[in-house]
Design a protein around this ligand. Structure first.
Ligand SMILES: [Zn+2]
Length: 182
């Protein structure tokens, strides 16, 4: 597998979901709590299959033959949050090394740029998301506005890099913070 990765000037925008619990958010499938908008990936799998053998060496996340890295989708997640009341969707920017897959990406670094709410949410759900967003100092936007809001944070991956590629993207600048809160 080639490790040549094109360099992208801007951070890449992605969409993902978290679980809210006791005023915090966590990754939905792994026990990682997001205390801060920025998260750096660490591989917790000491042995990962690469199809031909196994990687026994510790490695930087994301590794192409591992499943590590911070996950995001290329477009907003479906409205399953209406089914699970603890799920909150949001927008992230990703940078560093990024492994691109058909449905999404695994990145080395990610920053939460905004959380989102659904119109159908009850007051309790909306308040829970509101509190987490305030705690992380990120805006809370409507689900239907996510795609539009994401444009101010970075760029989507060009179609030419989908579905399988490894890319490198530059770090998120603080400029969007100034634009949002000025
Ligand atoms: Zn790994």
């Amino acid at each position: 597998m080639t490790t040549e990765a094109p360099d992208l000037i801007e951070p890449v925008v992605g969409f993902r979901s978290w679980r809210t619990l006791d005023g915090h958010i966590s990754s939905p499938y792994v026990p990682v709590r997001w205390h801060d908008p920025v998260l750096h990936a660490v591989c917790h799998q000491s042995v990962a299959s690469n199809g031909q053998g196994f990687l026994h060496e510790p490695h930087r996340a994301p590794h192409p033959d591992c499943r590590c890295g911070i996950y995001a989708y290329h477009s907003p997640p479906h409205r399953f949050a209406k089914i699970d009341f603890r799920t909150v969707p949001g927008i992230v920017t990703m940078w560093g090394r990024i492994e691109v897959h058909r449905g999404g990406m695994r990145a080395e670094h990610a920053r939460i740029c905004a959380l989102a709410f659904f119109d159908g949410w009850g007051g309790r759900q909306k308040r829970a998301a509101d509190e987490v967003a305030a705690d992380l100092s990120v805006p809370l936007v409507g689900y239907d506005d996510m795609q539009e809001a994401a444009r101010q944070f970075g760029s989507s991956l060009p179609d030419s890099l989908l579905p399988e590629a490894a890319v490198r993207a530059k770090g998120a600048q603080a400029g969007w913070l100034r634009r949002l809160f000025a």
